[in-house]
Design a protein around this ligand. Structure first.
Ligand code: CA
Length: 262
């Protein structure tokens, strides 16, 4: 039995990374592409891998999300796969058109990551239910992936992969705990998520606004000061000397980054 396979086509790399990271975190097998051309080349090269859900950005260079959706609906292999469209706010016409050519759901940017994940889960659940009913009525066999719930328990290898280390800090995402040396650190949920994001993207600098978007969600309307407060708490917990932070570095006039790998 296989996990639901998800594909993202999104030309904005930061969004693609954010979605991929969070979907993989939820236990989905997920891959992202920057264009429809790349994605179709992959589908052909890999001899039609099973794909449960396509997440398509509407605005893409060359082949846009609508055209990709149309091509999928016209194909033998993917005509019944799920399609979710991502689009900018206020394009009601596109939404109608997208649904007409067979998108199963529509998510408007900017969106919160939790809302997005909830929509994905709901879509997959609805789909499984529909396929089950169809199978009962027509005695046609169920596709393999429908036999397993979307949130599979990860394998031990998956769990190992979920450990991120930096110096004496270990973030064990399978167990949702952080250690400094062997000492477990008390963290709030948000501190944990912020640390995880920074550690996963070591060396990259992020503005406070970016961090609010990625860690708090696009729909969060808090102030950038919130980020500073959380960084201060985190430093107190993970740094040897929080007045001279080495792990979470301030990028002056911009934001923060986690120390590059040594
Ligand atoms: Ca785009």
């Amino acid at each position: 039995m296989s996990r639901p396979q998800l594909i993202i086509v999104e030309d904005e790399q930061s969004i693609a990374e954010l979605l991929e990271f969070n979907l993989q975190n939820e236990g989905y097998a997920c891959q992202s592409f920057v264009s429809g051309e790349d994605m179709f080349a992959y589908l052909e090269k890999e001899a039609f891998p099973p794909v449960t859900l396509f997440i398509l950005d509407l605005m893409l260079p060359n082949m846009d999300g609508l055209e990709i959706c149309e091509r999928l609906r016209a194909s033998q292999t993917y005509q019944y796969s799920l399609v979710m469209m991502l689009t900018a706010r206020g394009t009601e016409q596109d939404k109608v058109k997208g649904l007409e050519i067979g998108a199963d759901d529509y998510v408007t940017k900017p969106f919160g990551i939790r809302e997005f994940l909830a929509r994905v889960r709901a879509l997959l659940r609805r789909h499984v239910k529909m396929l089950r009913q169809q199978a009962e009525n027509q005695t046609s066999p169920l596709p393999e992936y429908t036999l397993q719930a979307p949130n599979n328990p990860p394998s031990p290898e998956d769990d190992k992969r979920k450990q991120i280390r930096a110096g004496d800090i270990t973030l064990d995402d399978a167990r949702h705990v952080v250690f400094k040396d062997k000492q477990e650190l008390e963290m709030t949920h948000r501190e944990y998520e912020l640390l995880k994001f920074l550690m996963l993207h070591r060396g990259n600098a992020y503005s406070r606004d970016d961090l609010l978007n990625y860690v708090w969600g696009y729909d969060y309307s808090g102030e950038t000061r919130t980020v500073d407060v959380h960084i201060r708490q985190l430093r107190r917990k993970i740094e040897d000397d929080s007045s001279k932070p080495e792990l979470i570095q301030t990028v002056r006039g911009f934001g923060y980054r986690f120390k590059e790998e040594d």
